[in-house]
Design a protein around this ligand. Structure first.
Ligand code: TYD
Length: 221
């Protein structure tokens, strides 16, 4: 059977540093000679980016079910057009948020049934389940204060999820940790209150252990 790639997802609350570390890890693995595909959720495709604008920009009343279905639509497309083909081509796929974000935000934060989300998600992702979930764990007070600088992360205005109260973000954090407890072999929980370099060292080591275990070799150099 042809070698399948490896799927690594980054998860965590607001201001946990996922985007920074997803980019840094992708660059590092490329330098080591691996074929790497970096993508993000919601987004990663033109439709996904538009859904992202709707989801993050809308001030309208939007319940967790509507949110989940919109995220799921974006997810279905990114799995079909980006993640599955890249895994088939034996690449390392790095995804900045994946379905555990739905379990944490719409489930833990919004109260949507986990059982329902699991069954829809199974149909959407199929065998594109992460080999490793890097959960960057930080207290919401710390994460949200990082986002608050310069009007929001990346200097952009805060989005509808960042604007939710700290109690919502505490529930999101607890739900992420519960996902990790339920699947201890798939998750590595990293204390994201440490310095960027300290966090990255743990991210890199955990990723390399999984790549080695899966027997994936650099393709270039
Ligand atoms: P993003 O700007 O990517 O946030 P971050 O930089 O913190 O990763 O925005 C994604 C937002 O969407 C984030 O607040 C979490 C939320 N989200 C969900 O609520 N459910 C989901 O399934 C996904 C993928 C994201």
């Amino acid at each position: 059977m042809a070698q399948r790639g490896v799927l690594l997802s980054f998860e965590g609350g607001e201001g946990s540093g996922k985007t920074t570390h997803a980019r840094r890890l992708s660059e590092h693995l490329k330098e080591l000679g691996f074929a790497v595909k970096l993508t993000r959720e919601p987004g990663g495709t033109p439709l996904g980016e538009r859904i992202r604008e709707v989801l993050l920009g809308l001030d309208d009343e939007l319940g967790p079910l509507e949110e989940f279905l919109l995220f799921s639509t974006a997810r279905a497309q990114v799995v079909r057009t980006v993640i599955r083909p890249a895994l088939k081509a034996a690449s390392v796929v790095v995804v900045d948020r994946y379905y555990h974000s739905s379990y944490a935000y719409q489930g833990g934060g919004g109260g949507l049934s986990l059982e329902y989300m699991r069954s829809v998600t199974a149909g959407i992702v199929g065998d594109c389940v992460p080999d490793l979930v890097l959960l960057l764990d930080v207290a919401p007070e710390t994460g949200l204060s990082r986002c608050a600088g310069a009007g929001g992360k990346d200097g952009t205005a805060s989005d509808r999820f960042e604007r939710k109260d700290v109690e919502f973000h505490r529930k999101v954090r607890a739900a992420f940790l519960e996902c990790a407890r339920a699947e201890p072999k798939r998750f590595v929980v990293i204390d994201a209150s440490q310095s960027e370099d300290e966090v990255f060292a743990q991210v890199r080591d955990a990723a390399l252990v999984v790549l080695r275990a899966r027997g994936l070799q650099p393709t270039a150099k």
